[in-house]
Structure formats: C-alpha cells, structure tokens
Write a protein of this length. Structure first.
Length: 260
C-alpha cells in the first residue's frame, strides 16, 4: 500500500507543485495520473504499460522530460496505433496492436511493469472479466496501477443509449471496436480483490456541470479556475464518501491499485 505522502499528488494536487508537462488542461484525472507518475518515478529506470493507449497523446511531454521511462502501450484500434507510433516517433516507446485478452503474452521483453496506466478504457473492454487479472499478472509486486473509467457518455440521452445497446449487440457478433457498457463499481471492487490487488484510492472526478463551465474559462484565470475545480472535487471526495449521489454526478472514477 502507498503511504499518504506517496498518494499526495492524487489526493492533494497543487498545480504549482508539479511540472507544467504534467498538467493536462481540463482533465483532472489525466493530470493526477501524470503527477503520480512524475512523483513515483523520480530518477529510477522504469517500465510503464498503457492499457488501451489510443493515440498516446498524453505521453510525449512526459517522455521528453523524463528520459528514464520506457513506455509500452497497446490498443485494439489499428488506426490509433499508427497515430500513436507517429506521435511518439523517436521516443522510448513500444506501441503495438492488441487487446487485453492477449496482455499476458504481449511485450515478452518486459515481463513486469513498474507502473500500469489505463485511462477511460475499462468501459470499452470485452470480455471485461479478464481486465483486472491481466493487469495484476503484469504488475510488479511493488508496482502501482493508475486506472480510470468513465460514465458520462452513458447519461447523454436516448441517442447515446441506442448507440451503446447496438455496440453490445455488435460485440456479440465479434465486432468489438464500438463496445461501451457502464462499469458496475461493486463488480469492479470484487474483481480487483480477486485479482490480488488492493485499492489505495477510489475517488470520483469531473463533475459534469463544472466540466462544461470550464470550457468558458479564458486567459490567465484558466489555470486558477482549474486549481479551484480540483480542490472543490477533492473536498467532495473527502466529505461525501459513501454517498451514491457523488458517483452518479461525476464523469470519471479513478483508482490507484497495488498488489496485496
């Protein structure tokens, strides 16, 4: 388990205390992930795995500034893999086409990883029951997993609901790239425990209405507003733990895991 000091970039994030390359404007969870990586890595040589890396846009700034990181990432979308390879050309990055089912045998040159990162991927994974077990098997005994999943795109009205239902039907027919289904938190906690992982943190972020309002922020005040937004949501997580209304009001669930 991580101690309070190690968790501070996630629980008490101050933008002025982290490098600018760790600040992902408008995304609290990505900023917390990058801040945790920066804090935990230090000057150690580390291997990081990105599960569902997409186009890998969050990685170039941190790889340019922390050369002791070797990144491994995969995504089930061939087009995203091509864009990710282009984005990270010349970096210490190994990007491949693949999915969670094949994670156990992927990247044999790096048997285990110091850090595993997965941002808003779990809700698109099928079959979902393999996810946490696969993560656990590739995580070092003293490693850390930074994982989030989203929920707002399941609360956007009838058109989105229909699209998500169709995506599940297509997945049963073997067409999985459009799959989207909400993550049940009780199921996730059970799967995390069965995979031999401990929850160090499980918080909710990106209050939907604040996320929309932040788009109006301009100029020099934008960063201050972003910091205030982070502080407000952290206070909600401290004072409203266990209240289901907090979870249903937020766009993202963020958890930090270590091995038992």
């Amino acid at each position: 388990m991580l101690n309070d000091s190690q968790l501070k970039p996630a629980t008490g994030l101050q933008l002025d205390a982290i490098p600018d390359y760790c600040v992902w404007d408008g995304s609290i969870v990505r900023t917390k992930m990058l801040a945790m990586i920066w804090s935990l890595v230090g000057d150690k040589e580390v291997n990081i795995l990105d599960v569902g890396c997409g186009e890998a846009r969050m990685w170039r700034p941190i790889l340019e500034n922390i050369p002791n990181i070797s990144l491994y990432g995969f995504d089930p979308s061939p087009s995203s893999v091509l864009l990710a390879e282009k984005e990270l050309d010349g970096m210490k990055a190994n990007i491949r086409h693949g999915d969670v089912i094949r994670l156990e045998t992927m990247f044999p040159e790096a048997a285990e990883f110091d850090l595993i990162v997965s941002h808003s991927v779990l809700e698109h994974v099928v079959p979902r029951e393999v996810y946490f077990g696969a993560v656990s098997k590739r995580l070092k005994n003293n490693g850390v997993a930074l994982i989030s999943w989203g929920s707002d795109h399941f609360r956007q009205g009838v058109r989105t609901d229909i699209r998500n239902v169709i995506s599940r039907i297509l997945a049963k027919l073997g067409i999985e790239q459009y799959y989207a289904a909400e993550v049940d938190e009780l199921w996730a906690k059970d799967q995390i425990s069965k995979a031999g992982l401990d929850i160090n943190l499980l918080h909710y972020y990106s209050l939907v209405e604040l996320k929309k309002l932040f788009r109006l922020a301009k100029g020099v005040s934008r960063r201050k507003i972003f910091q205030d937004w982070i502080c407000v949501e952290e206070e909600f997580n401290c004072t409203a733990q266990g209240d289901s209304r907090l979870m249903t009001s937020m766009d993202e669930t963020f958890t930090i895991l270590t091995k038992k």
